[in-house]
Write a protein of this length. Sequence first.
Length: 225
Amino acid sequence: MARTSDYKSAFDIIGPIMIGPSSSHTAGAVRIGLASRQILGVEPVKVSISYYESFAETHLGHGTDLALIAGILNFPTEDPRVKDSIDIAKEKGIQIEFIEEKGPSKGEHPNTALVRLDSEHKHIEVCGNSIGGGTIKLRSIHINGACALLNHTLPILVLYGEQPVGEFNRCINDLAESGLQINEEIKSQKNNKYIVALHLHKPIKPALLQNIKEKYPQIEFSNLV
């Protein structure tokens, strides 16, 4: 169940401007797709989505398939192309697979999707919950085998790369000294690859994000909002 602290304002509960019948099954699904696309960084060549519990039972009727693919194509919740997203993806040659999983939700929530995206050089997996009003919570992020476990709503800033951990620590210190309010740091490492997920109080300002990207060009940044 979502906590009151997962919502920033009444507008998060009411839901966003959107295409589709349900803030949980469509707007939230778009945002899970968008987060996945932002972490991959490019348009995927292959998409595989596993649904759990309520999503597995109702994804066709509620347009969840269209919504997730729309987000993966970088369409916002209100984009009229949401309803045509699967056709658009297929025209681009993107392979798409939907899987209805049995048993308990991997994300410990009935509205859960596990999104797997592949580009030519990168594989990512994002497990997300749609908790109502278009708000989402991310439960895990995998990038090329490295994994960070979360239980956080957006905004989240994801850092990834094969730099020494000290480089990530210096980057985080620079962000904090620049006034970015970081609620929590989640760090994970595998085979010299690091993922750092920073749960933010407010989204990072574009100018600060651009400056930090220029200062740390070997680190990949994904700004999830």
